[in-house]
Design a protein around this ligand. Structure first.
Ligand code: SAJ
Length: 413
């Protein structure tokens, strides 16, 4: 029996490909039949450097196949989404569905590993969901000394844009419901990880993952607050940060138009939800970062003359990726179109070919090339620091009002 990876998204598919690259049989499981069909043809439904080659190779060699039916396997890796429901509660429905789908396939001796970022206590719930369906099996939450099935948490830590590298090189935390569960799960990671595999208990691993992303969120919020302060004092925040970072123990992150993606803007809420009375700083950081797109809209709207044309460069959630979901740049463009219907907005995003669906209702927004957008606009707002935008800093920006939310271009006179 091989390894089953449940959920073939940004984590599950690269993980499947990385394990299959070691010559191990991997079955990827997804509820989306189109995703399954694409993968079985060696195609990749998401864009991530080097993932297409890895998947095509693994499928061609017969080490990776995809299915909508849960298979029998010796190890199950759960990599399904854990969103924050209606902005209020962690949504564990996908984890529960995956656990319940795995339960009937178990014979004893398997290890079930939760990779999805989850609130503390979720790994134990996986064990309980399985136990509810399989009263014939001993699960580690109530039979810690001799469980039939081992259950552990191993949070994913890869950075979009660098996933295929980091999935192999990153250190991994493996938190077991028992020490034996951690040891069993670690064996899976030793198959394909070159980084250190560190063993701990499940709630500590769950919390450590949330801390990693909250640490980054709080530090970005600090940078964003500095940006607002410096703007009010007419100081160049980028210069201030560059100089402060000359101190050997200071490393301020970069301000921007907000925090996007599905992780850093979500995971801190799991900690706030778990301990609302002790999380003033984490909550404030979230609020500061969430307020950024609207502040950028106000800045652009204040600079753009009535009836003029504005170039908005970048729609992706961060530099050098094509992912537009949960993107502050998208929020800025949509917010500007709503706040200033008199403006014509020329949006440029080199990673997409047509205007994203979310912007279609805004008639004043048109997708075009960055050079064209700049040429036809009086006001230029840089929203994403894509490398390809760096070299646009030339005479083309001469005489225009430039709002560089990422500090990509040197400040002009
Ligand atoms: N951002 C800033 N300023 C910065 C750094 C980032 O405004 O100085 C913005 C980005 O533009 C983007 C957002 O923050 O909108 C998040 O980008 P990111 O590159 O910081 O992180 P993600 O969401 O792509 O990936 C994070 C990573 N976590 C950490 O670095 C602690 C990754 O390792 C995790 O695996 C991933 O979340 C996840 O899946 O949890």
């Amino acid at each position: 029996r091989g390894i089953a990876v449940v959920g073939l998204g940004y984590i599950g598919l690269p993980t499947s490909a990385a394990i299959a690259a070691q010559g191990i049989k991997v079955t990827g499981v997804d509820i989306n039949a189109d995703t399954v069909a694409a993968i079985n043809e060696g195609r990749v439904p998401i864009v991530e450097p080097d993932l297409d080659v890895a998947v095509a190779g693994a499928v061609a060699r017969g080490n990776l196949s995809a299915t909508t039916q849960m298979p029998e396997a010796s190890a199950y890796l759960i990599a399904v989404p854990t969103p924050f429901k209606d902005g209020k509660k962690p949504d564990l429905d996908y984890v529960e569905a995956a656990s319940r789908a795995i339960a009937p396939m178990l014979r004893g001796g398997e290890v079930v590993i939760l990779e999805s970022t989850s609130p503390p206590g979720t790994t134990e719930r996986v064990s309980r969901w399985i136990a509810e369906q399989r009263t014939d099996l001993k699960l580690p939450h109530d039979a810690p000394h001799a469980p039939d099935v081992h259950v552990a948490h191993c949070p994913e830590r890869v950075l979009p844009g660098r996933i295929m590298v980091e999935i192999v090189t990153n250190d991994r935390l493996v938190g077991g419901l028992t020490p034996d569960c951690a040891a069993r799960a670690a064996e899976v990671y030793h198959l394909f990880c070159k980084g250190e595999v560190v063993l701990t208990d499940a709630p500590t691993a769950e919390m450590a993952k949330l801390v990693e992303n909250s640490f980054r969120d709080v530090n970005i919020a600090f940078a964003n607050e500095l940006a607002t302060v410096c703007e009010s004092m007419n100081l160049d925040v980028w210069e201030v940060i560059k100089l402060a970072n000359k101190h050997p123990r200071v490393n301020v992150l970069s301000p921007g138009p907000g925090v996007g993606g599905h992780c850093i803007a979500v995971d801190p809420w799991f900690i706030v939800d778990a301990a609302p009375e002790h999380t003033r700083l984490i909550r404030s950081a979230r609020e500061i970062n969430d307020a950024r797109p609207a502040a950028v809209v106000t800045r652009i709207a204040g600079a753009a003359p009535q009836g003029s044309t504005v170039a908005c460069l970048g729609l992706a959630f961060k530099a050098n990726v094509d992912d537009l979901r949960e993107s502050p740049a998208m929020d800025v463009v949509a917010g500007l179109a709503e706040a200033r219907p008199d403006l014509r907005i020329l949006a440029a995003e080199p990673h997409v070919e047509s205007l994203p669906r979310d912007l279609l209702p805004h008639d004043s927004v048109i997708l075009t090339a960055a050079t064209d957008a700049i040429h036809r606009s009086q006001t230029v707002a840089l929203l994403v620091d894509h490398q390809v935008f760096k070299r646009l800093d030339s005479e083309s920006l001469e005489g225009k009002t430039v709002i560089d939310t990422r500090g990509l271009w040197p400040r002009r006179g």
